[in-house]
Design a protein around this ligand. Structure first.
Ligand code: ADP
Length: 402
């Protein structure tokens, strides 16, 4: 079965056409700069050319049309059996993926004020798929769905009840598709062990930790929005909320300007004053740049301190799994995040850590034999998770064996 996964952001649509049973990626690409000048469409087709086209992409509909033209026309030999859409905010409505009907799109739009940059474009792209290919089914896979098992004591914010209800404030979390993928890979690796306590560390440009107990998310570091929690590439993560009111009251910054600073100019970028990309920062740190050294330490320390919170939330930890751009590639951040935790059972084997190979999608074990906690590096694959969810819903498969 071939599923086309679509991941719509504020100015982009990423796609992958996946043969679900073999995990083979038949085609992939991205439309970028939607609504801006110099729109860009890059793609790779299996056994075919890589290509890059430039044209004005006024909206997500136009971008979706380019993807359709590539995959459904131009003699493309693809069978496509359904669409899987990533939807960031499923809020209080969705605790699992769903087959989409018009009622679902209304709900996705209703929730859009909680994730405006993602839910509105996702709804537009879903409508484009439904109107162009009415015989194919569409499945929505929500980033928040995995976290709907978090108990109220961990998902509630201590604000007055009327405010919570009026604004629908709660910890919705994010990165749920990736955390769930990691959890299933761990379960498979340990021979279908259901009872594990897993700490999933999805650390990249966006970053969050998730405490997974017996297969369920019981706590996560992202909150009402993805701004909460860890220091990230450009997001500040958790800060004293009084800092926000203090700056607003003592500067000419507007709320939206401060929001932009916290989301797009902070984190590694803010601390280093140089880049949000850890590779640039590591390079400069090696040359002796103190701000860059400090940025790496602050990023890693926020992972470590929040690991403590997640471990206590689930009452222990059997497996720590690093994933995403930094988690999969940066031995130094993994080392710093676990340093000093040896007596708590987190012992990295530095040679294995340096040599962790993730190229083939395989799991690398980087813990020492005496480590109480198994420490793994697991390449995430959100698109494969989405394609498998689509197959499960469309064809009623219960098992999600990889
Ligand atoms: P996003 O949240 O945008 O999906 P990713 O998971 O792709 O982010 O992670 C991007 C981050 O991963 C960047 O900071 C990048 O520097 C970092 N990264 C990727 N490869 C490496 C590497 N080899 N060493 C260190 N950091 C890396």
């Amino acid at each position: 079965m071939n599923i086309l996964t679509l991941n719509s952001g504020s100015s982009s649509i990423k796609f992958k056409l996946i043969q679900v049973e073999s995990h083979e990626v038949l085609a992939k690409g991205v439309c970028e700069r939607i609504g801006l000048s110099k729109g860009q469409f890059s793609y790779e087709i299996k056994g075919g050319p890589s290509n890059k086209e430039l044209s004005y992409l006024p909206d997500h509909n136009a971008a979706a049309q380019l993807i359709f033209d590539l995959l459904f026309k131009q003699d493309a030999p693809y069978q496509i059996d359904g669409f899987a859409h990533r939807v960031v905010m499923g809020g209080y409505y969705f605790n699992d993926a769903v087959i989409i009907d018009y009622h679902t799109i209304d709900k996705i739009r209703e929730l859009a004020p909680l994730a405006p940059l993602h839910n509105y474009p996702a709804a537009s792209v879903i409508e484009a798929c439904m109107s162009h290919y009415p015989s194919l089914s569409n499945v929505a896979i929500f980033d928040t769905a995995f976290h709907t098992t978090i108990p109220d004591k961990s998902s509630d914010y201590a604000l007055p009840r009327d405010i919570i209800e009026k604004f629908k404030i709660k910890r919705y979390g994010a990165h749920g598709i990736s955390h769930r993928f990691v959890s299933m890979r761990v379960k498979e690796y340990f021979d279908n062990a259901d009872e594990l306590k897993i700490l999933s560390a999805h650390i990249g440009n966006g970053a969050s930790l998730c405490a997974i107990k017996h297969g369920d998310s019981v706590n996560t570091t992202m909150g009402f929005t993805p701004l909460e929690g860890l220091v990230m590439g450009t997001r500040c993560g958790s800060i004293d909320p009084a800092i926000v009111t203090y700056i607003l009251e003592n500067s000419s910054l507007s709320a939206s300007e401060l929001n932009e600073i916290m989301n797009q100019k902070s984190g590694l970028l803010g601390l280093s004053g140089l880049s949000s990309d850890l590779r640039d920062i590591v390079e400069e740190a090696h040359k002796g740049n103190a701000q860059c050294q400090h940025a790496i330490e602050a990023y890693s320390d926020s992972v470590k301190c929040n690991m403590g919170s997640m471990v206590f939330s689930m009452g222990g930890c059997d497996v720590l799994a690093f994933t995403a751009g930094v988690g999969e590639n940066s031995a130094i951040v993994r080392t710093l995040a676990c340093s000093g935790l040896e007596e708590l059972g987190f012992i990295i084997d530095e040679e294995k850590n340096q040599n962790a190979a993730i190229g083939n999608g395989e799991i690398s074990v980087i813990s020492a034999p005496e480590s109480q906690v198994h420490i793994l590096v697991i390449p995430t694959n959100e698109e494969l998770m989405m394609a498998m969810d689509a197959k499960r819903l469309l064809y009623g498969y219960q098992s999600l064996e990889f």
